[in-house]
Design a protein around this ligand. Structure first.
Ligand code: NDP
Length: 445
């Protein structure tokens, strides 16, 4: 790391003690900026780097709620409004017991550059709570969401901050939160949340967008080598929103996804995943991966090790951060994997990324490869603002174009800074320069 960025990184570690995921995300971006600063030293002027690693605003609040047995629970809510240079803060809400300030900050930081890559005029933010929706009734989830939104509503708005879903937050939770926001504000501000239901301001393709985009990114990377996904064996982790629609798009492009997982284990289905059954189990019944295996002859459930132990051509990590470590990366490489496209945020550890890059395989980092979700959220905002609704084909064509543009921006930036084929450098450099140029134009704010 260059001296100038090293100093900024040390300050981040000292100021944000114990927030290891945030340190990791900042390190990865700053490391990539060496060649950018060397070529354009003005990006280090005016404490720009120091400003970009400091959130504009951090909100932390109490979320009290009552369960079905009458017991009172207290969770913690977060919203990190990280950077508004390019537009209103935009980024999802995560409900998971592991959520803390460091995790939300890493996600918010990543979101700045991801959103810049989409070229859609959206700033970076993220939020969530350590609430665990697993095993909770709809009524409990509703009461939690109402309490969470009662505080969050003061801080968000269609031109201020526009949250969406993430782990543990899907259509049901967005619905409860939108209902409470509307009631508190007495205003039907459809553009305040994205990922809404189709009958009340949602966009076609938003549900599919992140998973579809991750696969489209893999397809674009393969195209640079004259290859495609056709006939390839695909390993997917996770069994949530991103994983399910990554599997769907991979199947549409002629590949065979053979795995998925949740926190109880992973499934190998050598015949190819039965997508309708997986949707029934996960989206309709909110079940576990074992429920799929019970109804699918030939599929097996594995509860030890990880999905990356299975040999395959393409890996799509779609569960959570740091789910793919250095050992798993080497196992994947030995199994013949030549493409990794990250559906999740920061799923590969630094050791894993290093192993992929050393091996020279195609590696698409999450901030580029999973940007289709937020890009389609911005398309939802656009439809809300115009009080219009596009059909599926129109929205999907826009998503496809945006993913192709993101891919090409990464390729161009990697070439410009002397590391052709390095999508990590390309994504960080292209995202950073777009935000940095606007921060300079806005002065010291
Ligand atoms: P969901 O909640 O729909 O699904 C998450 C899946 O990952 C579940 O199968 C869950 O299993 C599994 N998972 C989560 N945490 C862990 C863990 N600690 N260990 C093992 N398995 C785990 O979330 P999404 O599909 O929306 O999000 C997945 C990833 O994609 C996240 O990293 C998210 O930040 C990222 N992402 C999502 C976007 C979106 O549009 N939804 C946009 C861009 C990125 P279980 O149910 O057992 O916990």
């Amino acid at each position: 790391m260059q001296d100038v960025v090293e100093k900024v990184y040390e300050q981040v570690v000292a100021r944000n003690r114990g927030e290891v995921e945030f340190h990791q995300a900042v390190h990865e971006v700053l490391e990539s900026l060496g060649p950018v600063i060397a070529k354009h030293p003005h990006y280090a002027d005016g404490a720009l780097l120091e400003r970009i690693v400091e959130p504009e605003r951090q909100i932390m609040f109490r979320v009290p709620w009552v369960d079905d047995a009458g017991q009172v629970h207290v969770n913690r809510g977060f919203r990190i409004e990280f950077n508004s240079a390019l537009g209103p803060y935009k980024g999802g809400l995560r409900f998971h017991p592991s959520v803390n300030a460091g995790i939300i900050k890493f996600l918010g930081f990543e979101q700045i550059f991801k959103n810049a890559l989409t070229a859609q005029g959206i700033g970076g933010g993220k939020g969530g709570s350590d609430f665990d929706p697993h095993g909770r009734s709809d009524a409990e989830v509703m009461r939690f969401c109402q309490s969470f939104m009662t505080e969050l509503a003061r801080h968000i708005g269609p031109s201020t901050d526009v949250p969406a879903g993430d782990i543990g937050v899907g259509g049901r939770e967005i619905g409860y939160m939108f209902g409470q926001y509307k009631r508190l504000r007495n205003s039907y501000d459809a553009g305040v949340l994205t990922g809404k239901g189709l009958a009340w301001g949602g966009s076609l393709v938003r549900t599919e967008a992140t998973g579809y985009g991750t696969v489209l990114f893999a397809q674009s990377m393969l195209a640079t080598k004259g290859e495609s996904l056709e006939g390839k064996k695909v390993l997917v982790s996770g069994a949530g929103n991103v994983a399910i629609y990554a599997i769907e798009k991979a199947q549409q492009l002629g590949a065979t996804p053979i795995t998925f997982s949740d926190s109880s284990g992973y499934v190998v289905d050598e015949a190819g995943v039965d997508l309708e059954l997986l949707k029934q189990v996960k989206e309709v019944e909110r079940g576990r991966v074992a429920d799929y295996v019970e109804r699918r002859p030939g599929a097996r459930l594995v509860t030890g090790g990880s999905v990356w132990d299975v040999p395959g051509d393409v890996a799509l990590p779609c569960a959570t951060q740091n789910e793919l470590d250095g050992d798993a990366a080497n196992t994947l490489l030995r199994g013949g994997c030549g493409v990794v496209s990250e559906g999740a945020n920061m799923p590969s550890t630094p050791e894993a990324v290093e192993a992929f890059q050393k091996a020279g395989i195609l590696f698409g980092p999450g901030k580029a490869a999973n940007a289709g979700g937020v890009a389609t959220s911005a398309l939802e905002m656009e439809q809300n603002a115009g009080r219009t609704r596009w059909d599926f084909a129109t929205a999907e064509a826009k998503l496809t174009d945006i993913m192709a543009d993101i891919h090409d921006s990464c390729v161009a930036a990697a070439e410009e800074y002397g590391r052709p084929g390095d999508y990590v450098l390309g994504a960080n450099a292209a995202g950073f320069t777009r935000v940095a140029d606007v921060m300079i134009a806005h002065g010291i704010v």
